[in-house]
Design a protein around this ligand. Structure first.
Ligand SMILES: CCCCCCC[C@@H](O)CC(=O)SCCNC(=O)CCNC(=O)[C@H](O)C(C)(C)COP(=O)(O)OP(=O)(O)OC[C@H]1O[C@@H](n2cnc3c(N)ncnc32)[C@H](O)[C@@H]1OP(=O)(O)O
Length: 725
């Protein structure tokens, strides 16, 4: 039998319920008991009575135990502890049990309700333990219990004050267990459910039998016994069941990447991992938690993704590879601007933006065969499903890039499995320069019961339902696939008739990324004057195979800076690429490209009469203004340049008709300086090229600067001196 002979215990709120049960049990097992009870009501008001404490003391004594009554409020903590010292000369065990309720829905809760509950539960536990602490430290022995609640752990309607105080007690206990360890003082928290004066109105009928305080008492006594070393623990206990409660967290995700800004979208894109409890973590100490974070942070530089699934590889290329790629996707000296992609000594020698797929693709085989997908894939039946590429800066024309790739999802599409993997590309300074998302369709690998859609998949976007604004086409050669495979994708599907036939094709098919490269080039040529710096992103789905020798016809629709496209093969009348779009930083029409000017006349209304009443109208004006500078002359414009907090210049502009302002890109909040340029009927600004007669505008007082004087002056001088905005 576990006994407490020689131990002095204080039980607060011991006149009834749980406290009474503890006090009687301690008394029975040899402890000297201070039976503290103010004798008040459950809400803490009304008259006080010494009767409850006296009755418990009498009972203990009648059973041969030692006990003394204490009628102080728990807020009068020193006096409570003094009762133990005066009567028994020490204090070994403190059970913080007293409590009151002031239940109210949050909207009706008063400060008084909040404060009183906090004072009696949390503050009094602090005061009492604080008053007992020096005695316990000195004698190098102490057992403290705080009473938390499931209302704190899980929340309970109408108990905002009580729940908060009860969780506060868990925090108090956690820290006291650490501070007391050196002095052999333990501190534990319990979250009991028992039928008592306090809970009788809350518990369902019949609860009395099963939720007796006697079913909680044994845990408390055991925790207070010298043979129990547990400390800093929290227990739920009710009806004879008891268990330990601990905090668990998801294994989470490191969403920060090396040398890349951390964004809200990073959080969104990793949400599944952040909230998944599939592999929970438990940290028992603050040190564990700090170590975990430090390891996670370190892993950014080790794996640059904080994720062990990340595969890393480097890829070195020379201008020759850029040229080979350009030829493989149909670049030809017949085209006006092709030289910049085909001649390494050209003053603007550049990589085609879609060359970004080539280094990234080098990681494909490693990723697909890494076993991280959880399904078996038959490599002879793998088709390219979709591709997304985003460039953060133009690609270097040579050098070594580092690739980091990982599988982000595997989908079950019934007829096949879809594997989605992201590959990030970093330059030699570890700066993120491109993101590729590959979507691979593995024919026949479906039906494994996996999910059907992925929030990580970059969506395709349907083209507008009108005739295309522009069409470009290229006839591929019979050797197109043979040429393209030299860029790095050596899949025999594209060259070996026997392999192609195993995969179910009558002859080798063209690489999906070769078709993709052709179409991307068509868009770049038509809408970006072949300038790779204007390219932002591209997405497409491969819907039908293309055979070498067939024609790739790219149908394009422009909406602002987004060019929608679909590609068709006239020989088979099939649409081979769907849902495609290219996002450009700016549209610049290539007037040397046959057909481009016609596109403008086809889609741009010539009328300058527009309804300015709605925002949609403003947007429309803006679109027209960009393509028709003369319009701007008629309706006027305000261009605002902001210097942002971090020193960047941002441009926003307002088409300012007779009825006022508005337009996208409102002036930057917190801008340090701002330059506003007002353009009227008699001024000329070509918004398509950004050129204006700035000195003339300045002379007319139409360039105004405000904000930080130095910066504003600098900015306005800049625009005065330079005619190009
Ligand atoms: C080793 C590692 C890496 C390898 C990388 C790749 C290497 C390259 O060398 C390989 C290539 O280049 S292959 C050539 C390019 N690709 C192609 O030609 C594929 C053309 N597409 C098809 O044939 C069919 O769309 C097909 C067969 C893909 C799907 O057709 P169906 O089975 O008829 O599917 P359908 O009934 O239309 O749709 C079923 C569900 O699948 C989704 N889906 C369809 N096409 C998809 C595609 N292309 N990509 C992604 N998902 C696709 C549909 O949306 C549908 O899903 P849900 O039911 O959820 O709507």
């Amino acid at each position: 039998m576990l006994r407490f002979d020689g131990r002095v215990v204080i039980v607060t709120g011991a006149g009834n319920g749980l406290g009474k049960e503890y006090a009687l049990a301690f008394g029975e097992r040899g402890a000297s008991v201070v039976v503290n009870d103010l004798g008040g009501s459950t809400s803490g008001d009304g008259s006080k009575s010494s009767r409850p404490a006296d009755e418990v003391v009498d009972l203990i004594k009648s059973r041969g135990g030692k006990a003394v009554a204490d009628y102080h409020s728990v807020e009068d903590a020193k006096a409570v502890i003094q009762t133990a010292i005066d009567n028994f000369g020490r204090v070994d065990i403190l059970v913080n049990n007293a409590g009151i309720l002031r239940d109210k829905s949050f909207v009706n809760m008063t400060e008084q309700d909040w404060d009183l509950v906090h004072r009696i539960h949390l503050r009094a536990a602090y005061l009492l333990t604080h008053a007992a602490w020096p005695y316990m430290r000195k004698q190098k022995y102490g057992k403290v219990i705080v009473t938390s609640s499931t209302s704190g752990l899980y929340g309970n309607f109408g108990q905002a004050n009580y729940s908060a105080a009860k969780m506060g007690l868990v925090g108090l206990s956690n820290t006291l267990s650490l501070e007391g360890a050196k002095y052999n003082i333990t501190c534990n928290a319990i979250a009991p459910t028992a039928f008592s004066r306090l809970t009788q109105d809350l518990l369902p009928p019949g609860a009395e039998e099963n939720l007796k305080p006697a079913f909680v008492m044994p845990l408390v006594l055991y925790l207070c016994h010298e043979s129990c070393a547990d400390t800093g623990s929290l227990f739920e206990v009710a009806g004879g069941w008891m268990g330990k409660v601990r905090l668990q967290k998801s294994s989470g995700a490191m969403v920060r990447r090396a040398n890349a800004p951390m964004t809200v979208e990073d959080v969104r894109d990793n949400w599944q991992e952040i909230v998944s409890f599939a592999k929970p973590l438990y940290h028992l100490t603050q040190a564990d938690q700090v170590t975990h974070i430090m390891n996670a942070v370190e892993s950014i530089s080790n794996t640059d993704q904080g994720n062990s699934n990340v595969l890393t590889e480097t890829f070195t290329y020379t201008p020759n590879q850029l040229i080979l790629y350009a030829l493989a996707v149909g670049c030809s000296l017949r085209q006006p601007n092709a030289l910049r992609f085909l001649y390494e000594n050209h003053e603007n020698f550049s990589a085609l933006p879609t060359f970004a797929v080539i280094p990234a693709q080098s990681l494909s085989m490693a990723i697909v065969s890494s076993g991280k997908m959880g399904i078996d894939i038959d490599l002879s039946r793998v088709l390219h499903g979709e591709q997304y590429v985003e460039l953060y800066q133009p690609l270097p024309t040579s050098g070594t890039v580092t690739l980091k790739g990982k599988v982000v999802d595997v989908l079950d599409k019934g007829s096949g499995a879809v594997v989605i993997y992201d590959v990030e590309m970093f330059d030699e300074n570890d700066t993120l320069i491109a993101l590729n998302q590959f979507v691979i369709f593995s024919v026949g690998s479906g039906g494994f019961g996996g999910k059907k859609v992925s929030e990580h998949q970059r969506p395709t976007v349907a083209a507008p339902k009108r005739k295309p604004d522009h069409v470009c086409s290229d006839k591929t050669t019979i050797d197109q696939a043979a040429l393209y495979r030299l860029t790095g994708d050596e899949n025999p599907l594209h060259i070996d008739p026997a392999f192609a036939s195993t995969a179910g094709f009558s002859r080798p098919i063209l690489h999906g990324l070769c078709t993709f490269g052709h179409s991307a080039r068509h868009v770049l040529s038509t809408y970006a004057n072949d300038d790779p710096a204007l390219f932002k992103a591209i997405k497409v789905r491969f819907t039908k195979p293309v055979e070498p020798g067939q024609t790739i016809e790219t149908h394009m629709w422009r909406e602002g800076n987004r060019i929608f496209f679909e590609s068709k093969v006239p020989e088979s009348s099939q649409t081979v690429l769907t849902g495609g779009y290219v996002d450009l930083h700016n549209v610049v029409l290539n007037t040397t490209s046959p057909g481009a000017p016609q596109e403008m006349s086809k889609t741009t209304p010539t009328s300058s009469r527009v309804n300015l009443k709605t925002k949609a109208a403003f947007v429309e004006i803006n679109k027209r203004a960009q393509s028709q500078p003369e319009l701007v002359k008629k309706i006027g414009a305000i261009i605002v340049f902001d210097i942002t907090k971090d020193g960047n210049v941002q441009q926003s502009w307002t088409i300012d008709g007779k009825k006022g302002t508005i337009y996208e890109g409102s002036p930057q909040e917190g801008a340090k300086a701002q330059v506003t340029i007002t353009v009227d009927d008699d001024d000329f600004v070509d918004l398509a090229t950004g050129k204006a007669n700035a000195p003339a505008l300045f002379a007319k007082g139409k360039i105004r600067a405000k904000g930080n004087v130095m910066l504003a002056q600098k900015l306005s001088t800049l625009f005065k001196d330079q005619a190009k905005l």
